[in-house]
Design a protein around this ligand. Structure first.
Ligand code: GLU
Length: 292
């Protein structure tokens, strides 16, 4: 039996906070307890928001916490070709279309739909895509593309689910409503998700799935805020013929008002806590990861 493979996959668009510490420590502890491997992956496909100094800070903070990981570290921005290839495969199978509406146009369409009765929202609260892309002919799509408009590449989720049929995942943690065990994937709740854009041939969903498979990740341990994203990940794994990891979603660390921590809230940033004199053991406790 090859050893289990765990990973911590932050985006370098801010400093790590206690929520990240919980994820990183859990992954590290589980890998150590099972004789497994622990990887760090830098999820920096959003090149406009990600910065090398945040990546350096991530490594410094994790090192301070006492974690070690395998090198070289995988950096997603160096692998756009691979994500483009996965997109082409889905496209060849007729599972993608382009949507050309701007953000403002989409907001206007949603407002129109809302006026007729509430237009559905995804689990993150964002409206499902209300535009015309799926209904456009190939020649109309080509005409719009040739006019130079930016576009998003979207998954035809109903057609994709029809192909995937029954789709479940093994949850060793817990969803927001206590879901555990065998969970039925419901990617339709996200609508026709964006898998790439004209200027970036990748999305979080696509790159996470491609990389987890490529790196042989067997256990995905991450925050509960990504619980329902797993539906899309399982669908993409099925469509791309990739193996299925086991999932474990953990409760989020919350602030005093009960809100989820954000990269912008400086007070729980690991480096702020370190500057205040807290030790790695204190941070472990504050992150609710004492077990290690
Ligand atoms: N990069 C994602 C984030 O920082 C986490 C991805 C994952 O663990 O699947 O929220």
């Amino acid at each position: 039996m090859p050893p289990p493979v765990f990973r911590f996959a932050p985006s370098p668009n801010g400093y790590l906070h206690l929520g990240h510490a919980r994820s990183a420590l859990l992954n590290f502890d589980l890998a150590r307890a099972s004789g497994g491997r622990f990887l760090l992956r830098i999820e920096d496909i959003d090149t406009a928001r990600c910065r090398p100094e945040f990546e350096a800070a991530i490594c410094e903070d994790l090192d301070w916490l006492g974690l070690s990981w395998e090198r070289p570290v995988r950096r997603q921005s160096e692998h756009f070709d691979l994500y483009r290839e996965a997109l082409s495969r889905l496209d060849r199978e007729g599972l993608l279309y382009k949507s050309f509406e701007s953000r403002a146009e989409i907001a206007r369409l949603v407002a129109q739909r809302d006026a007729l009765g509430r237009w559905p929202r995804d689990p993150d609260g964002a409206p499902l895509y209300p535009g015309a892309g799926a209904a456009q002919s190939t020649s109309e799509q080509e005409r719009l593309e040739q006019s130079g408009l930016p576009f998003a590449l979207r998954l035809k989720v109903e057609a994709a689910m029809h192909r995937a049929r029954h789709l479940i995942w093994t949850e060793q943690g817990e969803g927001p409503q206590g879901e555990t065990g065998m969970v039925a994937a419901q990617p339709q709740v996200w609508g026709d998700v964006v898998l790439g854009r004209k200027e970036t041939p990748a999305s979080y969903h696509l790159s996470v799935v491609v990389d987890d498979a490529l790196q042989g990740v067997t256990h995905v341990v991450r925050g509960q805020d990504l619980f329902w994203a797993t539906s899309v990940h399982r669908l993409l794994q099925r469509l791309l013929g990739l193996p299925e990891p086991v999932y474990q979603h953990h409760a989020l660390v919350r602030d005093a008002s009960g809100a989820k921590l954000a990269k912008s809230s400086q007070s729980t940033a690991l480096r702020a806590l370190r500057a205040e004199g807290f030790s790695p053991a204190d941070v472990r406790r504050m992150a609710g990861a004492e077990a290690g």
